[in-house]
Design a protein around this ligand. Structure first.
Ligand code: SF4
Ligand code: SF4
Length: 225
């Protein structure tokens, strides 16, 4: 897993994890134990509904924010403000680790797995999981442009053999007449003038203003990760 993703996970620390119980979704805050090349580790107890949900449906989603989602005030036009930061979201699949796997990793020097073994000696119901496959996004925001000249910087990623779609709206080159209406409508500085115009997806909020402004219907809406 890419170093920047690991660092983002470490900064957020605890995230909301959603699992499936039949047709009902359940979310709770969990603490991430760490990550390595194989994935992202967390734990639970085999007596909890959380464990049963994971065993039945290994698909899950994670979402967190750093440093805080608290509003800090209002800007000059009365909109709420936030301290610059980022959100992190991942959708993926988890599998339970065997005792043997945990021991082998601990013997090989993994701090995370050594910690798992210590915890297992205290709590017999404890079980360890690895999100071994997934995709996600770091959504870095600086809405008041305190530290750069644009609001967003989005980074999508995948691991464990997963793939992802690029972020942002797209402009169909064949339909664009380079009128510039989308450039005027975009408050995220995500439209790049040219012939044709194009969207810098990593700066795009997917707000739809360009989609609504374009006289040629040349803008295509974004896809899910
Ligand atoms: S508004 Fe539509 S036609 Fe005009 S530059 Fe943008 S994408 Fe091209
Ligand atoms: S969807 Fe919104 S943020 Fe993205 S390019 Fe269009 S106007 Fe800009």
């Amino acid at each position: 897993m890419d170093r920047s993703i690991r660092q983002a996970l470490e900064k957020v620390g605890s995230l909301s994890m959603t699992t499936l119980d039949g047709t009902t979704m359940h979310s709770r805050i969990i603490s991430i134990c760490g990550c390595d090349d194989e994935g992202i580790y967390f734990l639970t107890m085999n007596v909890k509904p959380f464990y049963r949900q994971l065993k039945k449906h290994p698909h899950l989603s994670l979402c967190g924010i750093y440093p805080s989602g608290q509003k800090t005030g209002k800007n000059a036009v009365g909109q709420p403000t936030w301290e610059p930061g980022f959100t992190l979201r991942i959708t993926g699949q988890a599998r339970e680790l065997t005792e043997d796997e945990v021991k082998k990793k601990a013997e090989a020097g993994s701090e995370i797995h050594r910690y798992f073994l210590e915890d297992a000696s205290r709590y017999t119901a404890i079980r360890f999981f690895c999100i071994h496959r997934g995709k996600g996004e770091i959504f870095d925001y600086d809405f008041e442009m305190e530290h750069r000249d644009h609001k967003l910087l989005r980074t999508r990623f995948a691991f464990g053999g997963e793939s992802y779609n690029d972020a942002g709206a797209r402009i169909n080159a064949d339909d664009c007449i380079a009128c510039g209406e989308c450039f005027e409508a975009c408050t995220f500085k995500a439209i790049v003038p040219g012939e044709p115009y194009r969207v810098d997806g990593n700066r795009c909020d997917e707000c739809g203003s360009c989609f609504l402004a374009c006289p040629q219907e040349a803008v295509e809406l974004s896809r899910t990760i």
